[in-house]
Design a protein around this ligand. Structure first.
Ligand SMILES: NC(=O)c1ccc[n+]([C@@H]2O[C@H](COP(=O)([O-])OP(=O)(O)OC[C@H]3O[C@@H](n4cnc5c(N)ncnc54)[C@H](O)[C@@H]3O)[C@@H](O)[C@H]2O)c1
Length: 317
């Protein structure tokens, strides 16, 4: 590959990952207000807890009322500030009502459109209703957040930052996760375009791209075809070898400080394959296919239907 092409690709990655911020600090959030969707579990919960520890008033939104309340209680008992909201991000009117309430009560500095669901299965095994559900939650859920909050954030006339949770599956081709990848690639494209549009108004937008993270997502994912038998194995793999969601939360707040647009996290896991994809896609596709086949065999092994030794070499913290 010509050196010039590599230099151009690297420059592209640098410009997508590191740009000037709004002046908002992700480390000292005293006096700031944050909204997190899907905050009842996993990455959203870690985000809510970290935001509160760093001084923000946190609006903890989740479709599951019990989870939102539990996270809120944990924050308040630790002496910080939080309010629970039961909100389904698929419901545009409910997200709009949330925006009206929280922006009206003193403004919002940070919005995390994080709620999402998982799915695995070959396209041939996937009913149209699965596609629709993923698009409704993972893409339209983010769109509803953008639609409800952006005009209000503009009207506030002060710096703000929006972080949309995408995935490594939006950066790399992942066989067996085509509908999920479709929604996450769309969230990355949306975030990059919106960042360009809002930057002159001192509102920045990031796409958070986590790798394999130890949360509830695999256990609660819809799995089709051969993937159904792998669900227990995949759940175990994510739980035992996934990265802590606290790492993702810290990366998200670093992105606020530095105005980072695309946020691969954890960097050691997501950045190398993404770099390779930008620099030399044919090699990246081959490496990626090998990795996915390895995960398939390991997760099948954990359910007892294929050799499964060596899960620890598949994913590193
Ligand atoms: N865990 C990973 O490995 C991983 C990797 C890449 C991206 N992600 C993304 O991170 C985000 C958070 O996932 P997680 O891994 O923390 O999963 P999780 O299942 O632990 O948490 C997701 C939370 O979102 C809530 N939620 C689901 N649908 C909702 C809806 N319609 N409205 C409001 N809340 C809803 C759930 O109740 C849950 O509390 C998702 O967007 C997911 O796609 C996760």
């Amino acid at each position: 590959m010509p050196v010039a092409a590599a230099a151009v690709a690297l420059a592209g990655i640098r410009s997508r990952t590191a740009r000037a911020g709004t002046g908002l600090s992700g480390t000292d959030l005293h006096g700031r207000t944050a909204v997190v969707t899907g905050a009842g579990s996993g990455i959203g919960r870690s985000l809510a807890l970290l935001l509160a520890r760093r001084g923000a008033l946190v609006h903890v939104a989740d479709v599951d009322a019990g989870r939102a309340e539990a996270v809120t209680r944990q924050i308040v008992e630790a002496g910080a500030r939080a309010v629970a909201h039961t909100v389904d991000v698929c419901d545009a009117a409910a997200v709009d009502a949330l925006a009206e309430q929280v922006v009206g009560a003193g403004g919002v500095d940070l919005l995390f459109n994080n709620a999402g669901i998982g799915h695995a299965g070959a396209v041939a095994d996937t009913p149209l209703s699965d596609w629709q559900r993923l698009i409704d939650v993972n893409l339209m859920g983010v769109v509803h957040g953008i639609h409800a909050f952006v005009p209000r954030l503009l009207a506030q006339g002060r710096p703000a930052h929006i972080v949309n949770t995408a995935s490594v599956a939006g950066l790399l081709p992942v066989p067996g996760m085509v509908p999920y990848s479709t929604t996450k690639a769309a969230v990355i494209g949306l975030s990059e375009a919106l960042d360009a549009e809002l930057r002159p108004h001192r509102i920045r937008v990031s796409a958070l791209c986590p790798g394999v993270i130890a949360t509830d997502i695999v256990r609660t994912s819809t799995m089709r075809g051969a993937w159904q038998e792998r669900q227990a194995g995949a759940t175990e793999l994510y739980a035992t070898r996934g990265t802590s969601p606290d790492v993702v939360a810290r990366a998200a707040l670093d992105a606020v400080t530095h105005g980072q647009v695309v946020v691969p996290t954890p960097r050691h896991q997501v950045l190398p394959p993404w770099l390779l994809m930008r620099l030399y896609p044919p090699l990246a596709r081959a490496v990626n296919a090998t990795f996915v086949n390895r995960v398939r065999s390991v997760t099948a092994g954990a359910t007892g239907d294929a050799p499964g030794a060596g899960a620890q070499s598949v994913v590193k913290r």
